[in-house]
Ligand binder design. Sequence first.
Ligand SMILES: Cc1cc2nc3c(=O)[nH]c(=O)nc-3n(C[C@H](O)[C@H](O)[C@H](O)COP(=O)(O)OP(=O)(O)OC[C@H]3O[C@@H](n4cnc5c(N)ncnc54)[C@H](O)[C@@H]3O)c2cc1C
Length: 440
Amino acid sequence: MEGGVRVGIIGGGITGLTVAYYLARKGCSVTLFEKEPELGGQVRTVSVGGERVEGFYHHIFAGDTNLIGMTEELGLSSDLEWLPSRVGYFSEGRAYPFSTPLDLLRFKPLSLYDRLRVGMTSLRLQRRTHWRDLAEVTASEWLPPRTGGKGYRVIFDPLLRGKFGDYAGDISMAWLWSRFRVRLGSRGRAMQRERLGYLRGSFHRLVEALAEAIREMGGNIFVDNPVRRLAIQGDRIGEVELRDMSLSFDAVVATVSSPTFLSLVAGVPDDYRRKLEATPYLSALCLVLALSRQFMPFYWLNTGGAMPFVAVVEHTNLVPAERYSGKHLLYISNYMTPDSQLTGINAAGLLEHYLPHLRQISLEFDPAWVEEYHLFRECAAQPVVNTGYEDRMPGLRTPIDGLYLANTAQIYPEDRGMNYSVRLGLKVSGMVLEAWKGDQ
Ligand SMILES: Cc1cc2nc3c(=O)[nH]c(=O)nc-3n(C[C@H](O)[C@H](O)[C@H](O)COP(=O)(O)OP(=O)(O)OC[C@H]3O[C@@H](n4cnc5c(N)ncnc54)[C@H](O)[C@@H]3O)c2cc1C
């Protein structure tokens, strides 16, 4: 019945692939265009020691039900592993374990009273099921009276600054609540150490499985094929213009970032344009080091604002190093505004800039441990989720008939993540089908 609908999809990340997969399953004729030579978008990978690994660290939480469901559907669930993670927090010149309530009770940079206040507030946030009353208040207003000024300054402010830079003071408490909430499910009832999900062989296997299923159902996927322009005819989507051809579809779903969408479509109606322009993004810069030795005892270490990067993530403290021929994989993660002095820096320069700080974390660390390194950048990595976000969020159905937009800036109040990209992909696909049925 939906066999007659021809849908063009722009972007071969998790959202675009989900849309193509779901609509192909419903009998639509789907064609997906990806600008890069490889599919995956933010889940792109690099090969280290003969095994693929994400260029940006990736794990999932127990509550990521849409993504878990997708892995089941594609026959990958036996390779989805749930592994214990150890978190650390760097403060006053040393790394403290920061995984369990007991770790917080032993966290010396805060007084016992402040530790208890931070602990109680965190627990209440994890157990809270409603968030709408938090949407209009910033985390920087809501937290200090509850955690104590020092608790906020030592723990939360560096986390928000590390991720959002100068926007840290604007971030909605609803967004931060969702970060607490998501972790509860990964701990279990007794609040034991968190377990995180990882797909053996990298999440790129999910990308490959989706692409294979789409092709098997007769869908077309074109990589290395950027969409140059989306033409509008009257108030309807016109042709999709590629390097050397133009194609027409009944519906087009763009899964690119909001700035990219604006660069592709001339004449976006003002109201919608203003919404797209209202959300700034931070870019991500991730340096992946393959080391000959283990760097630290943690999977994830927050640097607490003490270093020029927000976190170091030792992937091989979650997944065994043997899978990468014994190499230990360390991500050094950073988020930046476009005016950051690190914009445009190359991998060697960035490594040089970071090396002295790595020594602060691990006294034994020797630069000679670095066997290879790779730099990954993503311009539209993190939308800035400030107060009143929901009202400014652009709708999935654009004012241009037949044109849809689904990207990470439309995920709220949760933080962007693969699970929500799957959820978004399913939702926008449902809207495409509904509109088609309505037109018949
Ligand atoms: C540093 C970092 C760490 C992360 N860690 C996690 C994690 O631990 N767990 C988790 O679940 N999620 C994580 N994420 C988030 C997750 O990767 C993203 O939410 C998800 O992959 C977004 O998918 P998407 O398809 O919406 O967007 P994208 O992956 O950005 O896909 C958009 C695609 O559109 C393509 N495109 C752009 N312009 C054009 C054009 N003109 N023509 C054709 N194609 C075009 C791009 O090349 C890209 O492939 C992380 C992200 C980052 C940056």
